[in-house]
Design a protein around this ligand. Structure first.
Ligand code: MLT
Ligand code: MN
Ligand code: ZN
Length: 305
């Protein structure tokens, strides 16, 4: 069985964000029963319940490991349930947790596209820093090619190029290139059940839509409710789409796409920004999602396929 554990469900900054006094961040800080704190997005997947692939390494990874015993040492003096790490982009919220894994006893098995490796060796040189600690055992992620991760027997993976945005320290910022953001299909080879995971999805493309239609569960970009959410709040000058995130609402928005999926596909939003009103489980926006059969991921959520 393919098991997916949501370690973190918030976008960059987390919920609450340390310096944010927006209505939602102050509500969760104030103990509102309608708001649940969330760490920055990351999931772990397994087929055997023992060896897990960590997909993205959030700055909150230590807190996430504390909250999830399956990743904790249990077999040797120094040990982890994390068999390998896969990175889907080079953004801070998905990569800087690598530094916290520096005590690993072997080179850390790590799968990512060459463009991400380049950003993590130059603009945000985590790979260079880690070479002084556990070091990285890099495996090149090839696009649109099925592959296996040795410790994750029974699971087949495929990375799809996505149009989103590279980080500000990347030469590809605002110039998306295939590989600087990927979506991931994870298939349980025994049952054929498939997850499609894409926490940063800026634009629907035919190959992405095809993968979503063939999945049993899609766990996709839930960053912002409206394209101008950050602008309307006075929090930023950037639209959702310019940051590489399709908003949920409006023409060509995520809800419109999810509505077109076959009825049996489980639809879950992840990488939710602290300004997004769906984080208030009593909000009309959350009711709208429920009416469309769309779930909102939370830290600790488990999905079994
Ligand atoms: C994003 O998803 O757009 C980035 O992670 C934003 C950030 O954390 O700076
Ligand atoms: Mn992000
Ligand atoms: Zn906030």
């Amino acid at each position: 069985m393919l098991k997916i554990h949501v370690l973190g469900s918030a976008a960059g900054g987390g919920f609450p964000q340390w310096n944010c006094n927006c209505p939602q961040c102050s509500a969760v800080r104030g103990g509102s029963k309608h708001h649940q704190a969330r760490t920055q997005s990351s999931i772990a997947v397994t087929a055997n319940n023992t060896d897990w692939l960590l997909i993205n390494a959030s700055p909150d990874v230590l807190q996430q490991i504390k909250a999830f015993p399956a990743l904790q040492p249990a077999r040797a003096l120094r040990d982890t349930g994390i068999a390998a790490v896969l990175l889907m982009d080079a953004q801070i919220d998905h990569t800087t947790g690598l530094l916290m894994l520096r005590e690993h006893r072997q080179k850390l098995p790590l799968y990512c596209h060459p463009l991400i490796r380049e950003d993590l060796s130059t603009g945000n040189p985590l790979f260079k820093v880690l070479s002084h600690y556990c070091d990285i055992d890099w495996h090149e992620l090839q696009l649109q090619t099925a592959f296996h991760v040795p410790a994750l027997s029974g699971l087949q993976f495929e990375a799809l190029p996505l149009i989103s945005n590279a980080p500000p320290y990347s030469p590809h910022r605002d110039k998306p290139q295939p590989g600087d953001n990927v979506g991931l299909s994870v298939k349980d080879e025994a049952s054929g059940k498939t997850l499609f995971y894409a926490p940063g999805l800026g634009q629907m493309e035919p190959h992405v839509w095809q993968a979503m239609q063939h999945a049993d569960c899609v766990l996709v970009d839930g960053t912002l409710w409206t394209d101008d959410e950050m602008i309307a709040l006075g929090a930023s000058k950037k639209t959702s789409r310019s940051m590489g995130h399709m908003p949920q609402t409006g023409a060509d928005g995520m809800i419109e796409w999810l509505d077109k999926l076959p009825a049996h596909v489980r639809k879950v939003l992840i990488h939710i920004n602290n300004t997004n009103p769906i984080l208030d489980d009593s909000s009309p926006q959350r009711q709208t999602l429920t009416a469309h059969g769309i779930e909102v991921a939370f830290d600790g959520m488990e999905i079994e396929l």
